[in-house]
Design a protein around this ligand. Structure first.
Ligand code: SF4
Length: 235
């Protein structure tokens, strides 16, 4: 009797695992299909990555893009939030575009290419760029990587104002931070793109930025942790 019960429990555990694995496999498959649409050519860099660990971006270009099912679940939750935010704005204001493609060229070799989440036109007929971020906690001020991303969009579209809009996945709280187009960001953006380009062209590993800046949580979920091996993570 006990053995039969154990067998039933173990069968249902197997089935539970099977369902989890099917979902993970499906996530990887969806991601691979989408990844085929994006080539990673040196010289063209991405606003949504540029503010993050330079070494990780180097691996994406040199080793190839990788993701874990957990990374993908987070990414796709974010995509779901983007969609609902765009739909909500469409109900209450004029949405000029969603996922508009932009390019910001610095030299004939280095450019940034990406897609802007949402552009809305408000009652005063002004255009605003909305950069949506889903998070488990709303920060007191926008993260630098998010500001950098929004500044790229503002400069490429020559729009003066935008917002980083945080959506708390746990509590449902939302908060918008106003950001103005600021020329001081341009040199910083170019500096990072040029540094990344240099390291990729010279096949030289950039500094382990996240680790050196104390962001070990980024290293813990980094798909290149093994190659990078930046140091102990229990600090
Ligand atoms: S492990 Fe950390 S430092 Fe290394 S590439 Fe990944 S995020 Fe960057």
């Amino acid at each position: 009797m006990e053995a039969a019960r154990n067998l039933a429990v173990s069968n249902s555990e197997n089935q539970e695992q099977r369902v989890e694995n099917l979902l993970k496999k499906g996530l990887i498959s969806l991601w691979k299909k989408e990844a085929q649409l994006h080539t990673r050519d040196s010289g063209t860099y991405y606003p949504s990555y540029l503010g993050y660990c330079l070494r990780k971006q180097y691996y994406i270009y040199v080793v190839g893009e990788r993701a874990t099912p957990e990374n993908l679940a987070v990414l796709m939750t974010g995509q779901g939030v983007h969609e609902i935010v765009a739909r909500a704005f469409s109900e209450s204001s004029t949405v000029e575009s969603i996922e508009e493609k932009i390019t910001l060229s610095f030299t004939d070799k280095i450019k940034l290419s990406g897609r802007v989440d949402i552009i809305i036109v408000d009652i005063d007929n002004k255009r605003y760029v909305i950069e949506v971020k889903s998070a488990s906690r709303i920060p007191d001020r926008p993260y630098e990587s998010h500001l950098l991303q929004l500044e790229i969009y503002l400069h490429s579209l020559n729009i003066n104002d935008g917002f980083v809009l945080y959506w708390n996945k746990r509590s449902g709280e939302v908060r918008a931070f106003a950001v103005g187009k600021n020329n001081e960001w341009l040199s910083k953006i170019y500096e990072r793109a040029a540094m990344l380009d240099y390291h990729i062209c010279m096949a030289q590993l950039p500094p382990a930025e996240s680790y050196l800046n104390g962001k070990v949580w980024e290293c813990r979920r980094c798909p290149y942790l093994q190659e990078c091996n930046p140091g102990p993570l229990d600090i």
